[in-house]
Design a protein around this ligand. Structure first.
Ligand code: TXE
Length: 481
């Protein structure tokens, strides 16, 4: 069976322990490869390689690093079909989604931060009798820990700014979706990257991930994943005052006012709730609808969602693929049972889906809409991270904002209305890091990306990411006047 090994110092390396984990195709439920189960010994090797590579990578300068990253972006585009197939097989997402969104965004991340490397500048603060300038040096070796929902897209969202800023990287992809990270690492060889600049250590969170976080050679960790894991990582880093960037969960409100463009809003609200089977931290899983259009909107939305075709991710007609694992499918089904126990009425979905043929053992769940729940019940408060959204009515703008903010999370929100004044007011009053108005998941890589409250710490994207991965040092010079 195919083995996915670590990638250290420019080459594949088997885990020191010789242990591997099974890697399952979620659409079929079959083990199709094995992934290295790494521990502290493998992390030591990877950090040593990254440490040795750091001075050379820095000395390449911004232009040299950018050239490496552009060569890799071009190879990603040249191998886009193979990468999209690998991502879809590993994750269960529809192949068309991996082809249209995930992989093109991998190339964009690399290109964007190649440009950022050459454009990044630091500040100068002149005084009457002196001048301050701020140096921004790379941190050294940094750790990037990424999740399974948008595997290569989110991994490159971290490694690209880290490398552009002149750091070397040890990355730990999710053990559930390790395939495309390894393909990318192999492409760095073809792109002529120096060995040790990008290293991959595969394996479980508690073993490989925790060893990476605990390693004193790792100067900062950028993490995307669950809130509980983020808390553990922040606690482990705090005693040694190393930097962390945390992009965690969400329970994002979609706020629909009665003056929205009705048909377009119904389509986009369905997309916001169920893209990637609802497994995106930005998905709008709490749908708040103004009372005056609630029944009409509900009827139209249920029609749209019930019509979503769940099926084999390789088929272009499948709008929804499989959930990422059996454990995650079970977690989602338990959440639906909890919603019923809390008095929720399931308007559509609410059950597993059997897909015939090669996918008969796959982890499919019907897109599910639930109404009749209090905003403070577990279903409306806990991140389910699957194809499940709840519907709630509100009377007016004040109540909409109050319900939208009634969560410990604060990642993203979307607002749907044609009243420009109201859109600005509501956007200002929402407690979250990202607000979309009459759109959802439109991304401009220059903008700050991340959340407030239990959704994380710090921001990714653009200059925010370049600043995170550098250490500022102010130099003050007396000019002798
Ligand atoms: O994520 P984990 P899981 C949410 C979502 C989901 C829940 C749990 O609600 O149901 O989190 O998912 C690594 N030290 N999101 O368990 O465990 C792990 O190996 C260091 C939101 O899959 O947070 C993987 O590489 N690393 C989300 C990564 O952390 C550790 C995306 C994420 O896994 C570690 C995914 C440890 N102690 C899940 N434990 C988003 N914000 O987009 C685990 N890891």
């Amino acid at each position: 069976m195919h083995k996915i090994d670590n990638f250290i110092d420019g080459q594949r390396q088997a885990p020191v322990s010789g242990h591997y984990l099974d890697n399952v195709e979620p659409a079929t439920g079959q083990v199709y490869s094995q992934v290295a189960s790494s521990d502290a010994d493998d992390v030591d090797r990877a950090v040593a390689a990254a440490t040795a590579a750091a001075p050379g990578w820095y000395e390449l300068g911004a232009t040299g690093r950018a050239a490496c990253m552009r060569r890799l972006a071009a190879l990603v585009t040249a191998h886009a079909d193979a990468l999209a197939q690998a991502e879809s097989k590993d994750n269960g997402k529809p192949l068309w989604l991996a082809s249209e969104v995930d992989i093109p965004r991998v190339a964009s991340n690399l290109e964007f931060f190649a440009d950022a490397a050459t454009q990044f500048a630091s500040e100068c603060h002149p005084m009457t009798h002196g001048i301050n300038y701020t140096l921004r040096e790379p941190l050294g070796v940094v750790g990037c820990i990424s999740p399974w929902n948008l595997p290569l897209y989110l991994m490159t969202w971290k490694i690209a700014p880290a490398l552009a800023a002149g750091n070397t990287v040890v990355a730990k992809p999710s053990e559930v979706t390790p395939a495309t990270a390894s393909l990318l690492a192999e492409l760095t060889v073809e792109a002529g990257w120096p060995p040790g600049v990008l290293n991959l250590v595969h394996g479980s969170g508690p073993k490989a991930g925790a060893s990476l976080v605990d390693h004193p050679g790792i100067k900062a960790v950028s993490f995307t994943g669950g809130t509980a894991t983020g808390k553990a990582i922040a606690s482990a880093m705090a005693p040694t005052f190393r930097k962390v960037s945390l992009e965690l969960g969400g329970k994002n409100p979609t706020v629909v006012f009665d003056d929205c463009d009705f048909e377009q809003t119904v389509d986009q609200v369905a997309r916001a709730a169920f893209s990637n089977q609802g497994q995106i931290c930005l998905c709008g899983s709490r749908i708040l609808v103004q009372q005056s259009i609630y029944e009409r909107f509900k009827k139209a939305l249920v029609e749209r969602v019930a019509a979503l075709r769940v099926g084999d991710p390789t088929e272009s007609t499948s709008q929804q693929g499989a959930l990422v694992s059996a454990a995650h499918r079970d977690k989602v089904l338990v959440a639906i049972d909890t919603a019923r126990a809390e008095g929720g009425q399931v308007l559509c979905g609410g059950h597993p889906v059997e897909v015939s043929g090669r996918c008969s053992e796959g982890y499919f769940v019907a897109p599910t809409l639930i109404e009749g729940l209090d905003m403070y019940c577990a279903t409306a408060q806990e991140e389910i991270f699957g194809p499940v959204a709840t519907l709630h009515a509100f009377a007016d703008e004040t109540e909409a904002v109050q319900l939208a903010n009634a969560t410990r999370y604060g990642l993203a929100a979307s607002v749907w209305s044609n009243d420009v004044h109201r859109c600005h007011r509501v956007a200002k009053n929402l407690q979250c890091g990202i607000v979309w108005v009459n759109c959802w998941m439109v991304r401009d890589l220059r903008t700050p990306f991340g959340g407030t409250k239990a959704s994380g710490l710090g921001r990714e994207g653009g200059l925010e990411a370049m600043r995170f991965f550098t250490e500022p040092k102010n130099v003050c010079i007396d000019v002798g006047l």
